[in-house]
Design a protein around this ligand. Structure first.
Ligand code: PLP
Length: 484
């Protein structure tokens, strides 16, 4: 065995108690060797068998590590000639010191992944209308190629009009295109809102459990998150009032709470709106999944009725179309509109004109509403199938939670470790515990995203996952689990 270059596989050591899977550790070592030049472009890697034997791991573990790097274009499978380093490859993403120091805990997965089985947050890969989107985007590139000015900082008027008409029908929000600001998604909308409010140094209510990204974003912006518990009616407003009555804002997911999926109850909606009005506080309405209700109708937006003057409605197309298009919007409440526009004018600016125009056409020609209908049907089928399969296999019960099936686990069960282990067999359930604030008692569980499950594999994938659950702490042999 051996490589054509000076890479010493004997230097490759694995940490068997690390939270990082063996697959990821092996892939990381190889990536570092490539970036340091000890593995040269075109160089041959040891066979799976040789490297597995040397490291004392299953062959499947080595092959999974190689596959990962092949997917990323760093390695190429060269048939009987084995696996080689690509002749040229994209820039590597070796962890740097600043990554290590970031606020993000190592076990919170976010970033470049392509819709793995059970992964949350990525729409169905196999249902993205790629041909249609490519056509609209090509046409949009053509027709915007002569627009070389800065453009309106709020975004293209075509898209702002299309969004204003859409939210009127779909979310009951009466607004003019003048109140729409095009953004690159929820996170950029939140950043703009926090600056416009002047929230730095002040408190913000966040849901507990709630979207970890929102908490990281607040901390980065110097805003103090105050965790407010969620029950079957959503945010417990009374608790927020008791903990932080003078908070500058509350950030909520009233359409479908993240991650439980419960809509904010009518009584709670009124309480929340009244609190904001009485304290002159703001509500950031994160509407990310409101249009993908799988059972029943979406509740109307908080920004649709009385009290809307205190609601900053933040929409995104990340879940309904794809995060890769990088588009979202804010519906600015009139009293804050000027300030929000100032922030986006002086500290931001809209996404490229072509992608905005493509989306405007997608909405205007009715493709968006059709796509939403299709996605709701597809996700409903996939979710029912996952829930029924887990029930059929016994022992564990899962419950619907928006675009996921939530599988509660006993208190103290290491759900983060389990979800890392699951990656070794190409399953990507999310652990539930990181959705809880550090100060609260996190509940253990798994969130099984249903968007990217494949009907013909659901039973086998559920079996493999349940096999891991039956043997907690035991790192799976890739091949062993698959053969159960
Ligand atoms: C609660 C919540 N809000 C918003 C988003 C979308 O964020 P973005 O538009 O920045 O991709 C997500 C994505 O998973 C989410 O879980």
């Amino acid at each position: 065995m051996g490589t054509d270059g000076p890479w010493k596989t004997t230097a490759l050591t694995l940490d068997r108690v690390s939270r990082t899977t063996l697959v990821d550790q092996i892939a990381h070592h190889i990536e570092v060797a490539i970036s340091e030049g000890s593995l040269q472009p075109g160089g041959r890697l040891p066979s799976w068998r040789d490297l597995a034997g040397q490291l004392g791991v299953a062959r499947g573990t080595v092959s999974a590590a190689y596959e990962k790097l092949i997917d990323r274009g760093l390695l190429v499978a060269a048939g009987s000639a084995g696996t080689r380093v690509a002749a040229s490859f994209p820039p590597t993403t070796v962890t740097t010191v600043s990554d290590a120091e970031s606020l993000r805990p190592p076990d919170f997965q976010f970033g470049a992944t392509r819709g793995l089985i059970f992964q949350m947050g990525i729409p169905a890969n196999d249902a993205f209308p790629a041909t249609l989107w490519a056509r609209l985007y090509r046409q949009a590139v053509q027709s915007t190629s002569t627009r070389i000015d800065y453009g309106d900082p709020r975004g293209l008027s075509e898209l702002r009009s299309a969004i204003a008409s859409h939210v009127a029908i779909a979310r009951g929000i009466e607004c003019s295109p003048e109140q729409i600001l095009v953004t690159s998604g929820f996170r950029s909308g939140l950043g703009i809102a926090l600056r416009a409010i002047g929230a730095t140094g002040r408190q913000a209510w966040v849901e507990d459990p709630g979207y970890p990204v929102t908490r990281f974003a607040l901390e980065l912006a110097g805003v103090h998150p105050v965790s407010v518990e969620v029950d079957e009616d959503g945010l417990i407003v009374e608790q927020g009032r008791a903990l932080a009555p003078h908070a500058a804002l509350a950030i909520v997911t009233p359409g479908q709470q993240a991650p439980t999926g419960v809509p904010l109850g009518e009584g709670r909606r009124q309480e929340l709106l009244q609190w904001a009005a009485s304290r002159d506080a703001w509500i950031v309405e994160d509407d990310y999944l409101a249009e993908l209700h799988l059972s029943g109708r979406s509740p109307p937006a908080l920004a649709s009725g009385e009290g809307a003057n205190h609601v900053i409605h933040v929409g995104t197309f990340s879940k309904t179309i794809a995060p890769m298009i990088g588009l979202g919007f804010i519906v600015a409440p009139r009293p804050l509109a000027r300030r929000l526009i100032d922030v986006t004018t002086w500290l931001g600016g809209p996404p490229t004109a072509a992608v905005q125009l493509a989306l405007a056409t997608f909405i205007r020609e009715g493709h968006y509403l059709r796509h939403l209908r299709k996605m709701r049907r597809l996700y409903e089928e996939r979710r029912s199938c996952v829930l029924a399969t887990i029930a059929k296999l016994g022992v564990y019960t899962s419950v619907p939670a928006a675009l996921s099936a939530m599988l509660p686990l006993p208190d103290g069960f290491d759900d983060q470790r389990l979800s890392l282990d699951a990656r070794a067999i190409d399953l990507a359930p999310a652990p539930l515990s990181p959705w809880f604030a550090a100060s609260s008692r996190p509940r253990s569980g798994l969130l099984l995203g249903v968007a990217n499950v494949l009907e013909h594999r659901i039973e086998q994938d559920c079996r493999n996952l349940l096999a891991l659950l039956r043997n907690p702490g035991q790192r799976p042999g890739y091949a062993n689990v698959l053969s159960q």
